[in-house]
Design a protein around this ligand. Structure first.
Ligand code: ADP
Ligand code: MG
Length: 342
């Protein structure tokens, strides 16, 4: 069998939002139902994430930030069909190299939690110290890029970085509706983003993107590939593609300042420029007055069909049968728009 050497590029952190995405995925992998993010100076001074997930065992803390330490990968074959969001144990390692990282965590049934600091992937010499905690994990990232002046300088204003943080959190809030998510600036009572436990995706589209959007969306569902025998409406009968798509797309009464597209493929927030362009073109052709749509799509593909590493920040993805898939989704959107807006 192949050695467990991961040929993929390292996660690349360019801004606080990249770190937040990784940490959100970790919290969700840990089964959190509540996630609270606190930021200071757009995440440049502080980015803190607290969850009520299963926590981290004390014995796992010493190696937590070592590259390729993951509790999620059982074999090399798992790389082919990644089930959880994280899969190569490098996010915390990357963060610990460019920031002060502190972890406070408690697993179920423990009398107290543990608190420990890391730098350069290595645990503080003093080791974990007992700490008051609730079940779950609190991770603080302070002084991001203090040791890389060039990257620090490349960061935008606090307001702009905060906007990026809210954009990624808003995407996960809709995708993982039901999990309560809050994002606030340190020292301020009002939150910038807040969703409720048990809320629906439509509730959270309203909470995150506003009622002007949520009032004007249509649900979209489509299955293509296997099982799509005799391809009915919204189904593509291509043997090569297999996917399930679920989402909400804006109707004829909505046009924004720019296209807003939120895309999840197999549980990860990603960008796919080709799909976005195809959908924009369809809106422009079918609904010229609503040419700046809102689109939320969750796509589920067989894990082996996704290449998460087209771009080192893992945002832009590639997948097998990409053209057919994009065309299937585009055609379903077009059909939905034609059938409901005529
Ligand atoms: P990966 O997610 O790829 O495994 P990370 O560097 O993101 O790698 O995290 C390393 C490990 O730390 C995870 O595998 C998980 O065991 C643990 N971990 C990180 N964040 C949390 C969290 N919020 N709750 C529980 N465990 C966590
Ligand atoms: Mg991870």
């Amino acid at each position: 069998t192949a050695p467990l050497t991961d040929p993929r590029p390292r996660a690349c952190l360019q801004r606080p939002a990249n770190a937040l995405k990784e940490m959100l995925e970790n919290s969700l992998d840990a089964g959190a139902t509540q996630i609270i993010v606190t930021v200071k100076d757009g995440g440049k001074a502080l980015l803190q994430i607290q969850d009520n997930g299963h926590g981290i065992r004390k014995e796992d803390l010493p190696v937590l930030c070592e590259r390729h330490t993951t509790s999620k990968l059982r074999s090399f074959e798992d790389l082919e069909g990644i089930q959880t969001l994280g899969f190569r144990g490098e996010a915390l390692a990357s963060i610990s190299h460019v920031a002060n990282l502190t972890v406070t965590t408690m697993t179920a049934g423990q009398p107290h939690g543990w608190r420990v600091a890391y730098s350069d992937g290595i645990m503080d010499l003093a080791g974990p110290k007992p700490a008051a905690a609730n079940r779950g994990t609190l991770i603080s990232v302070e002084c991001l890029f203090a040791n890389i002046p060039l990257r620090r300088k490349a960061l935008k204003s606090a307001a702009e970085e905060n906007r990026c943080l809210l954009e990624i959190m808003g995407a996960y809030a809709v995708y993982k509706a039901g999990v309560s998510m809050t994002c606030k600036r340190q020292g301020e009572a009002r939150s910038d983003l807040h969703t409720l436990a048990g809320a629906s995706r439509l509730d959270n589209i309203r909470a995150v993107f506003g009622a002007a959007v949520s009032k004007h969306v249509l649900p979209l569902e489509l299955t293509c590939g296997d099982g799509a025998a005799g391809a009915g409406p919204g189904e593509a009968a291509d043997a090569g593609v297999h996917c399930e798509v679920e989402g909400y797309i804006s109707n004829a009464d909505f046009s924004g300042k720019r296209t807003q597209m939120v895309l999840f493929i197999n549980g990860r927030s990603v960008e796919c420029t080709a799909l976005k362009r195809a959908l924009e073109a369809t809106y422009a052709a079918v609904l010229p007055k609503a040419a700046k749509p809102f689109i939320f799509l969750e796509v589920r593909l067989p894990g082996s069909h996704v290449d998460v590493n087209v771009h080192p920040t893992k945002k832009e993805v590639g997948f097998l049968h990409q053209e057919e898939l994009i065309e299937a989704v585009r055609a379903a959107v077009e059909e939905k728009l034609l059938s409901t807006n005529s």
